[in-house]
Ligand binder design. Structure first.
Ligand code: NCD
Length: 304
């Protein structure tokens, strides 16, 4: 595999190998300190980011490599009208691997077709976010000890949440997964995701707007913020009733072993009081993101 554009580019074995490598790195980081000596990672971020960009940068530094790049489109030649294809060709001359985030779905794919070095999709519009999915899978594996046979609830903005789309698409390849999709009508999972992934793989699922009635069933709860930057008029009007807020009170009915996840940034979907609940995994998820990205960089650079 040369690029990572869609999580489905990876086989389940490849994903498992990445998880194993990430765990090895986590347990023995000093062994990996020099692996990327003299290698350069370019971060091309045409859309805001804190975790994804900084975790890739931290990952590369912890592998002994260097980082170049930009964190907003306005500071790149895109502001002068340069195409994604040209930017990718140019940056290939300066770097060994490219990480790209872009507001347009498909932009990292175009970049990968024009770059001569590996390209990683760090989020393209409301479409896909494969490295967040690797982070999520590592977290589920570490918390639950397995990637199959559990019930997962997705709550919030299922229409525009790219992390939800990527995670659902890969979980559909695992056995014994039941999905509970909690959202308002206007923020339901896009029908093509339901058709192409959920129905095609005969995944058991329900759609509901009532979090309280399903919370006792869940092994994993994946909260999301409303992706307001992608809303059209219809969603803006319903954004108020589209917000679900996880509170300690609501969690009283949940399993003791529940794993609460959120790709972050959080706005108000999870009350701060939940952070001290042992079931809150979202900050562990952030740290896991760095290790799995280290594993991914090593794989794409064919170092490990
Ligand atoms: C997510 C994203 O960018 O899609 N953030 C992230 O990368 N962890 C989720 C979000 O922005 O809501």
């Amino acid at each position: 595999m040369k690029n990572l554009i869609d999580i489905l580019d990876l086989s389940l074995d490849e994903i498992f190998n990445l998880i194993e490598t990430a765990i090895k790195i986590k347990n023995n980081p000093s062994k990996y300190m020099e692996k990327c000596r003299h290698k350069k990672l370019a971060t091309l971020f045409f859309e805001p980011s804190t975790r994804t960009r900084l975790s890739f940068e931290a990952a590369m530094y912890e592998l002994g490599g260097n980082v170049i790049g930009f964190s907003e489109a306005q500071s790149s030649s895109a502001a002068k009208g340069e195409s994604v294809a040209d930017t990718a060709r140019v940056v290939s001359c300066y770097s060994d691997i490219i990480v790209m985030r872009h507001p347009k779905a498909g932009a990292p794919l175009v970049a990968s077709m024009n770059a001569s070095v590996p390209v990683i999709n760090a989020g393209d519009g409301g479409h896909n976010h494969p490295t967040q999915t690797l982070t999520d899978l590592l977290t589920i594996y570490l918390e639950k000890g397995r990637l199959d046979n559990f019930t997962i609830g997705f709550c919030g903005d299922l229409k525009f949440g790219r992390t939800v789309h990527s995670l659902i698409s890969i979980l559909c390849r695992h056995k014994g997964i039941k999905m509970i999709l909690v959202s308002t009508e206007s923020l339901r999972l896009p029908s093509y995701t339901v058709m192409n992934c959920i129905n095609k793989n005969n995944i058991e699922y329900i759609e509901t707007n009532d979090l309280d009635s399903v919370i006792p069933e869940l092994d994993v709860l994946y909260m999301t913020r409303l992706q307001k930057e992608r809303f059209t008029g219809i969603q803006t009007r319903s954004s108020i009733d589209g917000s679900y807020i996880l509170t300690p009170d609501r969690l009283k009915r949940a399993k003791k072993s529940l794993c609460i996840m959120h790709p972050l940034p959080r706005v108000n979907e999870i009350e701060r009081a939940v952070d001290s609940d042992p079931r809150a995994c979202y900050f562990k998820q952030v740290l896991n993101g760095k290790y799995i990205r280290m594993a991914l960089i090593l794989k794409l650079l064919e170092i490990e």
